[in-house]
Every structure is written in structure tokens, then in C-alpha cells.
Design a protein around this ligand. Sequence first.
Ligand code: AMP
Length: 435
Amino acid sequence: MTFSDLPLIPALKRAVADAGYEAPTPIQQATIPLVIEGGDVLGCAQTGTGKTAAFALPILQHMHTNPVRPRVIRSLILTPTRELALQIYESFGIYGKPLPVKTTVVFGGVSQNPQVDALDRGVDILVATPGRLCDLISQGHISLSKIEIFVLDEADRMLDMGFIHDVKKIIAMLPAKRQTLFFSATMPPEVEKLAMSILTNPKTVKVDPPTSTVDAIRQCLYMIDKGNKRKLLSQLLKSSEVTSALVFSRTKYGADRIVRELIKDGIPSMAIHGDKTQAARQAALSAFKQGKLKVLIATDIAARGIDIAGLSHVINYDLPNEPESYIHRIGRTGRAGMDGDAISFCSIDEVKYLREIEKLIGRSIPRRECDWPMTIFTETPKAPRIGRTPEQIAEARRRGQFSSRKPAAFASQGIQKHSGGSSNAKHTGLPKVAR
Ligand code: AMP
């Protein structure tokens, strides 16, 4: 199928050709005609599949072919993170370039004044994160009463991040008669329940379950002692094959440490994570996207959904303790049919995570030899926590130094946690390790 087979107006076909797209991706092939027909859609797809254009192109077309003057917000795209909001806004800018349709974006962590000014100038399409949207609605800067098309993007992430209350509040303000497009990478029961409560006779579109995207990516793994990871990272980053690398660290503290070590080794790099200001995250991300910075260090949450065209390498400095995160991480490379490389480091303490990852992807990741072969073959015992105050324990937990409540409790009785016991935060009921 080509874009000319889709019921899109010529200006939009030209815009996608100008963006360098040769053929619609499977989610675009399936979703675009459904949205143009006007029905509700339940899309099971993750970022990286071309999902944004799948909803942006038909929305732009609708706004252009059914203009309302003066402009009012007639389409709302609700997305969980500031980075995703900006990315979607930029995509609307690219695809909508030839059309007199106006899009703007609102998200928190920055002054609201320029956003209010842009709203006051009149917009057709609004991309927003839930918190800032609720604030601007309560101040009377935004009304959702004229929304015709509502997109709920990354619904599973939205719930994971605790936005359910805001999302429900926003949905309650939308007109009952509207078109709703609901996208989620996964469909756990609570997401499905939300979908069913806001969609009317939806058509379901399912593409690329996460595991199949792994096929396009060359993966390899180094078994290496923790203390040698930095040497291997510097060596790999100095090789000419690596043109742009996104390096994943499990913790925010670890991400900052990697940056310091790389800078010592003469490799400029920056980190993005939840403790950085929005301005610092944006500066690092745009330097990286523009190719001015070759290496970006990120935690899982900060990098979620970030789209960087032409990313050559993803490096897992630490293996994630949730196997699904491995797929999300390596999916940052090998986008939209391009190939990419994913390199992982695994110390003896991470072998348990490696087993889970290989079980999930259904294959073993090819091992590679390096100049620093593994010498430590016994897991690091958990440090005893005796003597810490509750405040110190809370701080350590905040920093991601605990992954289970058990060691502290056992240590106070002089008992060490048995190695091999679950340290997966998912099963402990504790907040996940800081990312
Ligand atoms: P998304 O899933 O919307 O974040 O898109 C992921 C990446 O795929 C973005 O860099 C898009 O520019 C790119 N993309 C979207 N649609 C196509 C297409 N039909 N052909 C090639 N690249 C595309």
C-alpha cells in the first residue's frame, strides 16, 4: 500500500512525501481510513510504529476540510509526558505545514504565559499533558466544550503515572458527541475498563506487539564486572560505528555518575531524568536530536517514548529489572524499518534480569567478548541496613538503593536476604526503583 491508496487530501500526501515517508506503516494503513470515516478507534500500538501520523493526518484533514472561524479548540490530544507532548506537537507541525490549521501545546514545568498567549491567538488542535491542561481549564483559559476529536495517547503510561483522576476529570468535560481515539501499548484490565467507558462501538487496531519490533534490531551482550562497565562504555563510544547513542541507567544517581565518568574520559554527554529541570532535559534532548551531542544518558521514565530519528545505538549500561523495559529501551533504535544496534552490559548481579529478558523475547542475546572479561561470579551480598534511621531508609529508597523492603527488615534481625529472592520492585508493592 502507498499513501495514494489512503483517502487523504493531496496536501497531506505531499507533506508525508516531504517528510521522507515512502509507504504508510501498518498502524497508519489500518487507522487512517477508520478515523476519516468518523468512528471511534481503540489502537493497541506503541510509540515507534508511526502512531502519531495515524491520528495526526486524519485530524488535520478534518480540521482543514471543516473549518470553524473564529478558531476554537476542536481536537485535543492528551499525552502523559512533556517530551511526548512536544514530539506530537512537532509532528503536527510537519504534517500540517501546508495547511492553515493551528496547533499548540501545553505542558507543566514551564511558565504558562507563552502557552496562554498562543491559546488566545486561536487554535484548532491542542496537545496537552493532564496537569497543565486541568490548571488552564480551571483558570478559564481553555474550554473543551467544542471538542470534536479526542485522542487519549499512551493510556497505559497515563495510568502508571497516576494521572487517572485528571484524565477522568478531563473526559467528563468533553462533549458527549465526539470521536474518540484511544491508544495504548498494553491493555491491562484497568486500561481496557477506561477504554470501554469512553469509546462508542470502537474498531480495534492492533499492530506490532512489543516483542516483534525486536527483530529489526541487532542485539548483543557483554558479561562484565560492574567496575569495568565504564571502561567498556568509553571504548565503545569512541568507536566510529557509534554516531549517536542513548545509554540507559537504572537510577538517576547512576545516570549522573556515568556522565561524570564519560566527561573525565573526554566524551561529552548529558543526562535526562526526573530530577533535572524541564529546561535542562529539553536542552539535553535538543542537543542530542540536532546531533550536537553524541551521547545521552537516560533513565527509563525520562526516555519513554522519546523519538530520535537515526539513533545508531542503544546501550543498556544496566539491565532493567522489568523485562518489558528492555523492549521499550531497544525500541528507541531500529525505528520505522531502519536497523539499529542494542548493546547490553550484564554483571553477575544482573543475571536474574537477563534470564527474564531472554524468556520474554524468546531467544538468547548473542554474547560478545571484550577486553575486560568477567572475573566476579558471585552476587554482591546486600549491604546490612542496621543502624539507619527511618529518614535514611526513606532517602535510600528514594534514590533506588533498595529494591525490596525485606533486606532492611531481615538485617535488623541479623539475617541476610537469600540471594536469588525476588528483588523485582514489581512484586514488592513498593514504589519502583527511582528511574
Ligand atoms: P511515532 O510512532 O509516531 O512516534 O513514529 C516513529 C517514527 O517513525 C517517527 O520518527 C516518524 O517520523 C517515523 N514515521 C512515521 N510514519 C512513517 C512512515 N510511514 N514511513 C517512515 N517513517 C515514518
